[in-house]
Design a protein around this ligand. Structure first.
Ligand SMILES: C[S@@+](CC[C@H](N)C(=O)[O-])C[C@H]1O[C@@H](n2cnc3c(N)ncnc32)[C@H](O)[C@@H]1O
Length: 342
């Protein structure tokens, strides 16, 4: 009898609730088993094609076991034994060929006298001793297992997706580009509707409009002041995305109140020097946002320049509501919902 699989998805820390919203919408009947930092476990009886529609997540794993582990290096022997005795769930992804080459990627948080590499080896020993795997290398392997140790809990999972899943195959990214799943999470937070006239006025290599193009819209436009960025975006984007060079502070050919969804990753003034000072740029851009945004329109903006966006929204008399913080390359930028006052 086959079991209903439990999956684990990984997301940028801070986006767990967005991933849950996406997966419970796209996978009817799925139920959430646990939510940890950067990880969500859920049970679903969905076909693999449906699971691949999850675009806010970095990777998808099938969850294999939840074991206990002690704090000392000597306790890893028990972990190896528990892996040897572990019953692998009877699900289609888990039919590795005999002598499949396995690697184990481990993460660890809590107080232990072993490190994550010791723990990864302990799991690999159990997999090779009792389950027919042979050790692989990072250059040559058939199965990638993941071990997540959080205090006394050890979660074992098998990775089902490759880098092509989260990077959407081959495409070029500009220097300050977001990972596509993060761009998708911003799009998801804008609650995409088929009636949307959509704009990302700081689109760089086009990541956000490309993600928006997975849902219907009246129009999807990406703009950037840099011709190089627009050239890269044109190579990446599907035909339904219109791309053009523009100054987000002067959207002269965009009629007033004509845009009902803006999703954008603002310049933070770090990787890419904005032509104006960030404060001035935000002031001018938020005044333009006020003009082009329809009365019931919504804008989702990502930045770590909290004071600058707050101040600019105040001056433009726009509501600026922080929704969540994302852990991203050592920064903690905030996602804001910006809209007209009701
Ligand atoms: C943080 S990056 C956006 C990256 C983009 N989300 C991606 O994934 O590729 C900010 C972008 O704003 C652009 N930019 C800076 N000032 C601008 C302005 N006044 N109008 C339009 N774009 C501007 C930069 O060229 C840069 O591509």
């Amino acid at each position: 009898m086959s079991t209903v699989p439990t999956y684990m998805v990984t997301v940028a820390p801070g986006l767990e609730d967005v991933a849950i919203s996406e997966l419970t919408t796209k996978l009817p009947g799925a139920w959430i088993q646990a939510q940890l930092r950067g990880r969500v476990l859920f049970v679903a009886n969905s076909p693999w094609e449906d699971l691949q529609q999850l675009r806010c997540v970095d990777n998808i794993y099938v969850h294999i076991g939840w074991l206990k582990v002690g704090p000392h290096k000597a306790d890893l022997e028990h972990l190896t034994k528990d892996i040897e005795n572990m019953h692998f769930p009877d699900i289609p992804y888990l039919l590795p060929k005999t002598k499949a080459r396995a690697i184990v990627n481990a993460s660890r948080s809590g107080h232990h006298t072993f490190n994550r590499f010791d723990a990864g080896w302990a799991v690999l020993e159990g997999l090779t001793a009792a389950h027919g795997f042979v050790p692989g290398t990072t250059e040559a392997y058939d199965c990638e297992f993941r071990l997540d140790i959080v205090d006394h809990d050890a979660l074992i999972s098998l990775k089902l997706t490759s880098a092509a899943f989260r990077f959407r195959g081959q495409r070029t990214f500009s220097r300050a580009a977001l990972r596509p799943p993060i761009a998708h999470a911003l799009v998801w937070l804008s609650e995409p509707r088929s009636s949307d006239v959509f704009l990302d006025p700081f689109c760089g290599s086009g990541t956000i409009p490309i993600e928006r193009a997975t849902y219907e819209a009246v129009s999807i436009t990406g703009g950037d002041i840099s011709p190089t960025a627009i050239e890269a975006a044109r190579e990446n984007a599907p035909a339904e995305v219109t791309l053009r060079c523009l100054d987000a502070c002067d959207l002269w050919d965009t009629p007033s109140a004509s845009v009902n969804a803006i999703v954008t990753n603002l310049p933070w003034g770090k990787q890419i020097a904005a032509p104006q000072e960030i404060e001035t740029l935000y002031r001018q851009f938020l005044l333009e946002t006020k003009r082009v945004l329809a009365p019931t329109g919504r804008a989702i903006m990502l930045t770590d320049r909290e004071e600058a966006i707050d101040h600019a929204c105040n001056l433009a008399q726009l509501i600026c509501r922080p929704l969540l913080k994302i852990s991203l390359h050592g920064s903690l930028p905030t996602v804001y919902l910006v809209c007209h006052p009701v």
